[in-house]
Design a binder for this molecule. Structure first.
Ligand SMILES: [Zn+2]
Length: 355
């Protein structure tokens, strides 16, 4: 026991800040989940060019008599926050006020144990592809460049480093199960381990339930039908409410699968939407087109109604934070620290405007 303790203390002195590779130095401490940052190369080889001769070890290390014999060996807690994976579910076109109006009982139950806001905002162009790209890239539209809401593959994929680029670089397993083919443009194919398109929430849930037992690091589910019904029958119509209840049942099935596989307590779940809507459109002429729900539950989350402003880019930032991934400095999104009971480290400088 004594010998181990001495070795650990000696290692701590040998590993100064200068031994941390530049990549990790560039990441502000505030954006790295201390839980996962432990996996940063603390024990990486010491670059000879930056090696600093450590100061002489304090005497107490040498004279072990000063170390109580019952001192436990320090242990490194790899993941005190308990987040092992992140699940993001987007209900396409779901207005915050539709959740209660449609009687989405499963989502309402989830909210009871969540940090949430019904006044989060999407981008200035409140549409499916640009909105989801901001949600998952952490950037406003002027940076990710996805300015069209159509499957224009010839125009290329979203620019910049999105959340799936981060998970791919970290060799994490990511999954996208979506209801619209155009969402492929959010992330290049080689950055996701699994990308599939289905016509209904039930099929998306079924595919998710098949994947869950094999585990994942980041899963994105997109439920499309409430948007389809909104365009056809109107936002807040009974037909859209029916679609939302069907999506709500898909949510129940996915959460149940996490429960059955013993994964629920270690999964951070974010439920949100890409935009709202009114009449039969979401053309950006009403505030209802911009307001989206933002609901987060899981390890480390303090159930509460959030008071900080939340924007859709914060979804990617919060997921990266929870997974211990470095947040690119160009991102507009900020982790929703308030949900974790942590004071805000940064604020949005604009009052919701995001091109
Ligand atoms: Zn949409």
């Amino acid at each position: 026991m004594k010998r181990n303790f001495i070795l650990v203390i000696a290692l701590i002195f040998l590993q100064g800040y200068n031994t941390v590779p530049d990549f990790w130095k560039s990441v502000p401490a505030s954006v790295v989940n201390p839980a996962r940052s432990i996996s940063a190369p603390i024990f990486a080889p010491v670059p000879t060019s930056t090696f600093v001769i450590p100061p002489p070890a304090p005497a107490f290390i040498i004279t072990s008599t000063s170390v109580p014999t019952n001192t436990p060996t320090p242990t490194v807690e790899l993941n005190p926050s308990g987040v092992e994976r992140v699940l993001i579910i987007s209900f396409d076109g779901m207005r915050p006020d539709a959740i209660k109006a449609a009687e989405m009982t499963n989502l309402l139950k989830l909210i009871e144990s969540s940090a949430y806001t019904f006044s989060a905002r999407t981008i200035t162009y409140p549409t499916t592809l640009p909105g989801h790209t901001s949600m998952l890239s952490g950037m406003c539209m002027d940076k990710h460049g996805m300015r069209w809401n159509a499957n224009n593959l010839y125009r290329g994929y979203a620019k910049g480093t999105g959340i799936f680029d981060l998970t791919h670089a970290a060799d994490m397993k990511s999954v996208m199960l979506v209801g619209k083919e155009k969402l492929r443009l959010i992330a290049e194919p080689d950055t996701t381990n699994d990308f599939e398109v289905f016509g209904t929430e039930a099929l998306i849930a079924k595919a998710a339930i098949e994947i869950i037992p094999t585990d994942f690091d980041l899963m994105f589910l997109h439920f499309p039908t409430s948007d389809f019904r909104g365009h056809k029958y109107g936002w807040m119509s009974n037909s859209q409410f029916t679609a939302l209840r069907e999506s709500d049942d898909a949510l129940r099935q996915v959460l149940a699968a996490l429960d059955e596989n013993g994964m629920r307590d270690s999964t951070l779940v974010i439920v949100t939407a890409d935009h709202g809507g009114h009449d039969r459109t979401h053309d950006g002429t009403r505030v209802e087109d911009y307001l989206i729900p933002w609901i987060i539950s899981g390890p480390g989350i303090i159930p509460q109604q959030l008071t900080d402003s939340v924007r859709t880019m914060d979804t990617a930032a919060t997921a990266a934070y929870a997974l211990g991934l470095p947040i690119p400095p160009e991102w507009d999104g900020i982790p929703v620290y308030e949900a974790f009971g942590t004071p805000a480290q940064d604020v949005h400088y604009s009052s919701g405007t995001c091109e």
